[in-house]
Every structure is written in C-alpha cells, then in structure tokens.
Design a protein around this ligand. Structure first.
Ligand SMILES: *Cc1c(COP(=O)(O)O)cnc(C)c1O
Length: 469
C-alpha cells in the first residue's frame, strides 16, 4: 500500500514516510493508492473479534508492512484499551460514546495510534544507524535527531496529543495554546504532563498559535536543528485509525438488529476527518447506511450538498467550538472516495446545520426527557439525527391495506465528555456536572507552561536556545 498526494505533484510514499512527514511536499493530503476490500466472510468474522484483533486487521493493509505484525498488534491494543459503548438513548437514536479515553475526547484514538507509530519509526531509524556505523567499524554514535512534534490547539487536540505522546522515546512535543481560551480541564491536560511534553501559553488567539507553528515548519534555521513534524488530522496516522469507531459501532449494532436494519451514522463534523474515515470503512466493505454530517453554523458542506457550490467562509465561534472550521481540510479526501461524483456523494452523505440556540435547547431537552447528558457536539449530532429520521420515514402498506411506518434508526457519535464544556452544559441543564475520576486527579496538579508573546521571532529564539541548552 502506497500513498499519493491529492495535489498529484509529489511522488508516492509508503505509510512510514506519510506518517512521519504529515503532508506531501506539494502541500497535498496523502491518500491510499487502494482502499482495502474486506470480503463478506471477513466481515462476518469481524462481528465477534475482540477490539484489539479487529483494530489490527483493519489497520494492517494501511500500514502496508512498514511496521512488523507483532509491533502493530501491540500498538493497536494500546490505542484502543478503553470502551466504546453504544447506548440506547431513545428507541431510534443510539449514542456511540467515544469519550472514555484518557482525555475524554475521541481524538485520543488518533493521537495514541500516531504517537506509537512515530515512536516505532524513531526507534527503527536509530537501530539502523547504529548497525550501519558498527558495520563500518566506526564508533557507535547515536547521532539521530529526535522527532519534534509541533502542534497548535484550540483545546481538545493538545490534550489528546500530549497524553498520546507522553513518555514516547525519541519524540518531543511542543504545544502552543491560546492563553485564557481553553477550559480549565483542557489546560490542565496540556500543562501537567512534564517529561517530553512542553506547553507554551501564547498571549494571543488560536489563529496566532497556528500561524507560529506554520512559520516554524518553513523556517530554514529551525529545520536544520530540528526534525519537525505536525500532529493534526491531515496526518494519515491520525486520520485512518478513526475508522475503528465504525467497526466497533457495527459490532454492537448487529447484536440488536438484523442485517436489514441499516445503521445510519451521524457525525458531528468540523474538519471532516472523522466522518471521512467512516466513509473509508464503508468503502472497504463495512455495512453502513447513510452518513449524516452534523455541523454548527460553520456549514460549508451542508450548503454545498444543497446548492452544488463550495464556498469557504471564515470560521464563526459557536458553543460546539471543536467544529468551528470554515474550510474543512479533509473534504478533499471525501471527494476522492466518491471519485468526485456529486450524485454519488449526495446518495451517501446527508448534512444538517444546527445553530447554538437549538444545540443548548437539545442538551436541556434530552437530559430532561431521556435522562441522557449530551455535550454540545453530541447535541448537534442528536438534532441532526432527529431531522434525518423525520425526513427519511419509510411507510409501507400492509396486506390488510393499513399503512405502517418502518422505524429509521441512527447512531450519533458522542465525541467529547460533557464535563469538558461545563459552562454550556451546566447552564443548559441547571445542574453541576460531576467530574469523572479519570480527570479528577488533574485538579491537584500544578500547571507548568512557558508564557510567550504571540510573535514568531520570540518563538524561534526560544526554540534555538532550547537546542543549545
Ligand atoms: C475535533 C472534534 C470534532 C470534529 O471532528 P472532525 O474530524 O474535525 O470533523 C467534533 N467533536 C469534538 C469534541 C472534537 O474534538
């Protein structure tokens, strides 16, 4: 399996190069040269495989031999060592809870997989170099630069990346986050790791952080002394393992329903990496009904599906802030899966836009009527699911000429724990949310962050000093 750049100007590479460089030299996103085709018999077997074995079988073709089987098995097992329960909220809407990982956000899976792959490749490189040196009769010198992951975060990504890379040998992580603009728990998740994780508290906005990171990647001096890479969702090692959620959903779905009940899936979407991974799973043979992209008022894709016009806009701030994306970077991958066929796309993907007032009201309503607490992103998905179900009601005429409607059922992906967005959720339900034990320990920890002005010059000299130190 190889990867080509969607800009088609760069050479094909293997998984190792795609994962360690992130983006192709022509700035295109990498895409696999072939999508695996799981046979009916394989899919049948997937029904009852344990999570780790299933993860291994799904990821193996994409890794394409760049990681040995035993190591890949271990990486997969470590990546998904928590639960992904499918919860019945109503008799037609089910919630796949993706927030049981260490930082309570679905981004944990991608971050954990990617970090372990980079750790593997870094170790391999060092071993090869040592072998080469000793075969030449030279002194064994360990002169390989560590990999440095630079990442700007508006909240969730930083925590997942910090946690995923913590303690991974040969990889250092530098996280830039905007001062005062992430929630308290999110900040603790970024700033209390220590070891190979460094947090920079930037006196500016998320856009400033992102601009500083982008400039660093292009800076000749920094690239001379650092082996820089990025950990955002365009990296195939972060994007592809997200397919696993859909396999885990289906394993649980198939226990409740027969093969004729389609599993439609509603995905709260920002950069469209998660939903795009789901579409890869379907393209490789997993029986999924329709995909429904749920967006907040940053709705370029919803408008595109209705009008055929793709118009990007500046991002607007909403209560589901992890989806505040004006120009979703993974949408080009969705078009590639659909072979740029707009009709095929419309038959596979529906999309609904949900505004903040409706999102807040849904959190309150679902808590009251179903006793289920949604986070703002899950609430956007929930409302989209309700609308999809109404729009797709199927009525059939029975033998006695009465009309019955067949239930349409959908799974929403709950992408974050409500406690990560306490202001919005507590205001909606009028109650305090209990902090889960898995993050309670953070409250006693001390934040360690390096304050820095929002300008690249300062950032660069800090990076250069760090090398000579
Ligand atoms: C990142 C994120 C999303 C959006 O996922 P994409 O893959 O960017 O579409 C949705 N919900 C939460 C909580 C997130 O952190």
């Amino acid at each position: 399996m190889q990867y080509y750049s969607l800009n088609k100007q760069s050479p094909k590479v293997d998984f190792k190069i795609a994962a360690t460089t992130g983006q192709a030299p022509d700035k295109g996103l990498y895409f696999p040269t072939e999508i695996p085709n799981f046979t009916k018999a394989q899919i049948e077997r997937f029904k009852t495989l344990d999570k780790a074995s299933l993860a291994f079988e799904v990821m193996k073709p994409y890794v394409g031999g760049t990681i040995d089987d035993a190591s890949l098995k271990q990486i997969c097992a470590e990546t998904i060592n928590f639960n992904f329960p499918l919860i019945e909220v109503t008799n037609t809407i089910f919630s796949l809870e993706l927030f049981h990982g260490p930082t309570l956000a679905f981004k944990d899976v991608g971050a954990r997989f990617m970090s372990r792959c980079l750790g593997y490749f870094s170790k391999q490189l060092k071993e090869e170099r040592v072998k080469l040196n000793s075969s030449k009769g030279q002194a064994v010198v360990d002169n390989i630069k560590d990999t440095t992951v630079l990442v700007a975060t508006s909240g969730d990504t930083g925590g997942a990346v910090a946690n995923g890379f913590l303690g991974v040998a040969g990889v250092n992580v530098i996280i830039l986050y905007p001062k005062g603009k992430v929630s308290h728990i999110q900040e603790l998740q970024l700033t209390t790791c220590g070891q190979n994780i460094t947090a920079l508290e930037v006196d500016g906005s998320f856009d400033d952080c992102q601009a500083m990171v982008k400039e660093a990647f292009m800076d000749a001096d920094l690239n001379k002394v650092y082996n820089l890479t990025s950990a955002n969702s365009i990296n195939v090692a972060r994007w592809l393992p997200q397919q696993l959620y859909y396999f885990f959903a289906w394993q649980q779905w198939i226990k409740e329903f027969d093969e004729n009940t389609p599993m439609h899936i509603v995905v709260p979407s920002g950069n469209f990496g998660n939903i795009c991974a789901g579409m890869m799973a379907k393209a490789s043979g997993l029986p999924i009904g329709r995909f429904i992209a749920a967006t907040n008022t940053n709705d370029v894709v919803t408008r595109y599906l209705h009008s055929g016009k793709y118009e990007v806009r500046r991002a607007i701030a909403t209560v589901s802030n992890a989806m505040d994306v004006g120009e979703p970077s993974n949408f080009v991958r969705i078009m590639e899966i659909m072979q740029n066929d707009f009709t095929a796309l419309k038959n596979t993907l529906a999309s609904y836009t949900v505004d903040d007032a409706t999102t807040r009201a849904a959190i309150a309503r679902v808590y009251k009527t179903e006793n289920y607490l949604l986070d703002p992103h899950g609430a956007v998905a929930y409302v989209a699911a309700e609308r999809f179900i109404i729009d797709h009601a199927v009525e059939i005429t029975m033998h006695d000429h009465t009309i019955e409607s067949l239930p349409v059922r959908a799974v929403i992906l709950e992408t974050a724990h409500p406690v990560k967005f306490p202001d919005v959720v507590e205001e909606a339900v009028g109650e305090e949310i209990e902090i889960p034990d898995s993050v309670k320990f953070l409250l006693d920890k001390e934040k360690v962050a390096i304050p820095i002005a929002a300008n690249f010059g300062n950032f660069k000299s800090w990076m250069m000093n760090k090398v000579s130190a």
